[in-house]
Design a protein around this ligand. Structure first.
Ligand SMILES: Nc1nc2c(c(=O)[nH]1)N[C@H]1C(S)=C(S)[C@@H](COP(=O)(O)OP(=O)(O)OC[C@H]3O[C@@H](n4cnc5c(=O)[nH]c(N)nc54)[C@H](O)[C@@H]3O)O[C@H]1N2
Ligand SMILES: Nc1nc2c(c(=O)[nH]1)N[C@H]1C(S)=C(S)[C@@H](COP(=O)(O)OP(=O)(O)OC[C@H]3O[C@@H](n4cnc5c(=O)[nH]c(N)nc54)[C@H](O)[C@@H]3O)O[C@H]1N2
Ligand code: SF4
Ligand SMILES: [Mo]
Length: 858
């Protein structure tokens, strides 16, 4: 069958994918981001294409509606709010997961036609500090690096980036380069030990937010050891003395790393010319995120290590189109095409080009403030597109209440049940990846096509079309008469040509004559041109600026709550949560706790822990591990109220933001933790989808249906009724075995000779093999055999999934290792683990190390 050439919809690496309507997914060997590679999420894309859970019709107050009724309602609600309360009374909250064409149209409608700038996006939570830091240093928001630089570097410094899990294909490219060039050095700067740390020669386990102290120390070291590039600084950089002065005053010990370790790192940095510093959310998502960015940029500018092969700062983007969003100016303080909202000439030029009735004249509300305005009653109509703010913003319960407080809320999404959709008046069904056409820009400024290989299901429509249809109904028919995404892309490129006389980095001239249908992945400004290689920057004097940044005071809370991502889940799991293959890697919301802290709290493995702040609380499974330092906790951001009762970690994260970028500090909340002692723990496997109803409830998709981890302090009177309530299984016969002495109850539901539900309850955490129990659902295993928690066959328990592609469990791997497979390659040969996408290789390495087996020389 013929495969369509498209781009992965997950992370900012932007891998090329060959996809077929039958669910075939392959890495595109010709795409310069991945050359055929894919990670576990990309490889499992075929499993997320079904229509299960999709939003397929417009809905008004929960009832299906036709498009005309829904669009008329949305347009009239927005128009009425604007007429009555002014353009600032309405807001859009968009996403780095929109395609460039969708994003361009949304931004145009708000800024040029509604005439306000209340459009912000989830990129505020993601890239805003990098944008602000770049602008301060370069005069523009420019990411100068390319992926090839990563392979050419002699030293890669990874700051606040878990590349192995979050940009797996870049991680694999670096790992391959290191193997080919063994002198390459890798330093990982992260308060936590992660899968990425395994590739590093040096792990600098700094205190949270110790980054500025560390990099100011580096700058002072470079100055003190005559390693500055004096000629470069004199010709191309301003602000040098002030930045160095502050750096010298900084106590670099504040970063929490010993003096000898700091010196080793500083000497390595100073003596290596080809240095790339990759950074991500450990830098951006901080109350001092912009200063962290500039502390890093300062060191690259001070040595002139920027804009040349194998060197430079590299802020990797998270979402597939975070970069495209910046290009179209999707944030509340940007215009379009890298133009400045504060610049009257820029505004006039855009208004002239759009032939628009108006143009916003000042910056709109940034994400956290925007939802505060929703809470205050200032926003009368809100449109959320392709993002799930009730989960992903800090102080998420207050954000949910703020959304509920807005008189009219519309969302565009591909899924029906999300925490944000649950609060909306109108739901608009968008076409999903595979059904839509457009472009995305990856971390290295490469624009690639996403192409449809499936037809749009039911009434779903592309986002650009939905937005344009509303704009037309608001009275702007001429400006939004697009027939296809290519029309919008052409306008985006034409706007760029129309404003080419303003000094900017963005230059889309390479796309002027491009054929949209056959567009191949192309980098701007021009495939071979490098930014800043000539020492020219975009401040009026043509120079870059070093910024004097001070190290912040560090938090003294009992526990600092760090948050982030898992290898196999994407954000709020609306898509990856559908894949039974991806679920078992880490199936529950958990909190990593250092063993010393766990002992002090009295927490044992498998216990539940209540993590609380002044903003809210969560209940999470304790994962006791030395990967986190004492006094720190780490919890993933993925779990929502759809899949858990109290697993939404942003319920406890404070809405503190960086003063320059407005980006929230999502990585360092002050929290308390105590063990949560329920009366019973339960594990439920069911053929129906359970709903979270007990204080601890974590629901996940399995190959045979669903599973739920449960716990409660309330003892039900009737266990059979409880089983039916939690599982939704109304039919079938229940067999129950109680063992009061052991404190256990076991139940099996059978219908027409098949097991449809199994429920294991215990006064202590349930220790049976989940994989075995789940495998019994849908089989004709006799209930009594099933209740013994055994499959009836002699299949050993594979343990928690490590390799998602081949479903290889931890126990299988440990026994292969015990039988002599003592390297990652040997484990691959014995079990296939790690031989497809390779995303689990860092974990295979860790598993071998933990098994304390002598490693074979590879
Ligand atoms: N599997 C997967 N991949 C993804 C995503 C996903 O949801 N799932 N999302 C994508 C998106 S949108 C993004 S933005 C990227 C994010 O990619 P990353 O930024 O790599 O991911 P995070 O896990 O958010 O955080 C990175 C690290 O920052 C560390 N950190 C915390 N505080 C500090 C600090 O003060 N200093 C330093 N130096 N480090 C600190 C954390 O311990 C964590 O390991 O991932 C993208 N890729
Ligand atoms: N505590 C904590 N919180 C965080 C972070 C963290 O590290 N820690 N990271 C932050 C970061 S970097 C990010 S980027 C955000 C991400 O957070 P969100 O953007 O809120 O999370 P997603 O789950 O990606 O939400 C995307 C939504 O769009 C829908 N969707 C998918 N495709 C389409 C489409 O084509 N069209 C439309 N209309 N909808 C679609 C999905 O079903 C889903 O509901 O989270 C932020 N929040
Ligand atoms: S690294 Fe994985 S998630 Fe990111 S674009 Fe490539 S395949 Fe998709
Ligand atoms: Mo992100």
């Amino acid at each position: 069958m013929s495969l369509t050439r498209t781009t992965c919809p997950y992370c900012g690496v932007g891998c090329g994918v060959l996809a077929g309507a039958d669910g075939t997914i392959k890495g595109d060997p010709d795409h310069p981001a991945n050359f055929g590679r894919l990670c576990s999420k990309g490889a499992a894309l075929g499993e997320t294409l079904d229509l299960d859970g999709r939003l397929l019709h417009p809905k008004i107050n929960g009832k299906n509606a036709d498009w005309d009724t829904a669009l008329d309602l949305v347009a009239s609600k927005f128009s009425n709010a604007i007429a009555e309360h002014g353009p600032d009374s309405v807001a859009f909250y968009a996403s780095g997961q929109l395609l460039t064409e969708d994003y361009y149209v949304a931004n145009k409608l708000m800024k040029g036609f509604i005439g306000a700038a209340n459009i912000d996006t989830n990129s505020r939570l993601c890239m805003a500090s990098s944008v602000a830091g770049h602008k301060r240093a370069f005069g523009t928001d420019t990411v100068p690096g390319t992926y090839e630089d990563l392979e050419e570097a002699d030293l890669i410094v990874l700051v606040g980036s878990n590349l192995a899990w979050c940009h797996p294909v870049l991680y694999q490219r670096i790992a391959a380069a290191k193997e080919a060039r063994p002198h390459m050095r890798i330093v990982n700067i992260d308060p936590r030990r992660t899968a990425t740390t395994d590739l590093a020669d040096i792990h600098l386990q700094i205190t949270p937010d110790g980054d500025v102290a560390l990099f100011n120390g580096l700058l002072a070291h470079l100055a003190d050891t005559q390693m500055l590039n004096a000629r470069y600084l004199a010709n191309h950089v301003s602000g040098v003395d002030a930045a160095i002065e502050i750096a010298r005053q900084t106590d670099s010990a504040l970063c929490g790393i010993s003096a000898p370790e700091r010196t080793t790192f500083y000497n390595l940095w100073a003596s290596t010319n080809k240095v790339v510093t990759i950074y991500s959310q450990g830098v951006n998502q901080s109350a001092g995120g912009t200063d962290k960015v500039n502390a890093i940029l300062n060191c690259h500018l001070a040595t002139g290590r920027i804009g040349k092969p194998g060197m430079g700062p590299f802020s990797v983007t998270g979402q597939p189109n975070a970069m495209g969003g910046r290009e179209v100016g999707g944030l509340a303080n940007m215009l379009a095409n890298h133009l400045d909202l504060e610049n009257a000439d820029h505004r006039q030029a855009v208004q002239d080009f759009w032939e628009s009735p108006t143009i916003c004249s000042e910056a709109g509300l940034k994400a956290v403030d925007l939802f505060q305005a929703c809470a205050d009653g200032r926003i009368k109509a809100l449109w959320v597109m392709s993002t799930n703010p009730a989960v992903s913003l800090p102080d998420a319960d207050a954000v949910a209440a703020a959304i509920a407080n807005v008189p009219f809320v519309v969302t565009s999404d591909i899924m029906e049940k999300t925490d944000t959709n649950d609060l909306a008046d109108v739901l608009l069904p968008a076409t999903s990846w595979g059904e839509k056409d457009g472009t995305v820009t990856n971390s290295e400024r490469r624009i690639s096509r996403q192409r449809a290989f499936l037809s749009a299901p039911a009434l779903a429509r592309p986002d650009w079309k939905i937005i344009s249809d509303v704009a037309v109904r608001m009275g702007f028919a001429d400006a939004f008469a697009y027939q296809k995404p290519a029309d919008i892309f052409a306008e985006f490129v034409a706007l760029d040509a129309a404003v080419a006389h303003f000094p900017r980095d963005l230059d889309l001239s390479i796309f002027a004559d491009a054929d949209y249908a056959t567009l191949i992945p192309t980098q701007w400004p021009h495939n071979s041109r490098r930014f800043f290689g000539d020492g020219q920057f975009y401040h009026p004097d043509g120079k870059a600026r070093m910024i004097a940044v001070t190290a912040p005071e560090l938090s003294k809370s009992r526990f600092a709550l760090n948050t982030g991502r898992n290898r196999d889940q994407w954000h709020t799991m609306t898509r990856t949560g559908k894949s039974a293959r991806l679920g078992p890697h880490l199936a529950e919301p958990y909190v990593e706790i250092n063993p010393t802290d766990a002992e002090a709290l009295g927490a044992s493995p498998g216990d539940l822990v209540k993590v609380e702040s002044t903003y809210g609380r969560t209940i999470l499974r304790a994962l006791i591990t030395p990967r986190v330092a004492k006094g720190q906790l780490f919890a993933p951001m993925h779990w929502t109220r759809q899949r858990t009762s109290l697993g939404t970690v942003n319920s406890v994260v404070a809405p503190v933001t960086d003063p320059f970028s407005g980006q929230p500090a999502l990585k360092s909340g002050a929290v308390t933790a105590v063990v949560y002692k329920p009366k019973w723990y339960g594990f439920l496997a069911s053929h129906t989808q359970p709903t979270p109803q007990t204080p601890y409830a974590a629901i996940a998709k399995t190959q045979s249906g669903w599973q739920a981890e449960l716990a409660s302090r309330k003892m039900p009177n009737d266990w059979e009724a409880e089983l039916r309530r939690l599982s939704g299984l109304t039919d079938g016969v229940v067999a129950l075995q109680a063992d009061p002495a052991a404190g256990t109850i076991r139940m099996a539901v059978t219908q027409a000779g098949c097991i449809t539900g199994l429920f294991f309850v215990s006064s202590a955490p349930v220790v049976l093999s989940r994989a075995t129990i789940v495998s019994l659902i849908g089989t004709d295993t006799p209930p009594l055999v099933a209740l013994a928690g055994q499959s009836g066959s002699d299949q050993p328990d594979a343990g928690a999934t490590v390799c998602a592609c081949f479903k290889v469990g931890r126990n299988t791997l440990l026994s292969a290792a015990a039988n002599g497979a003592r390297s990652v390659a040997a484990l691959g040969e014995a079990t296939c683990a790690g031989t497809n996408c390779g995303s689990c290789k860092p974990e295979l390495q860790t598993l071998l190390a933990e098994a304390q087996l002598p490693m074979a020389a590879e």
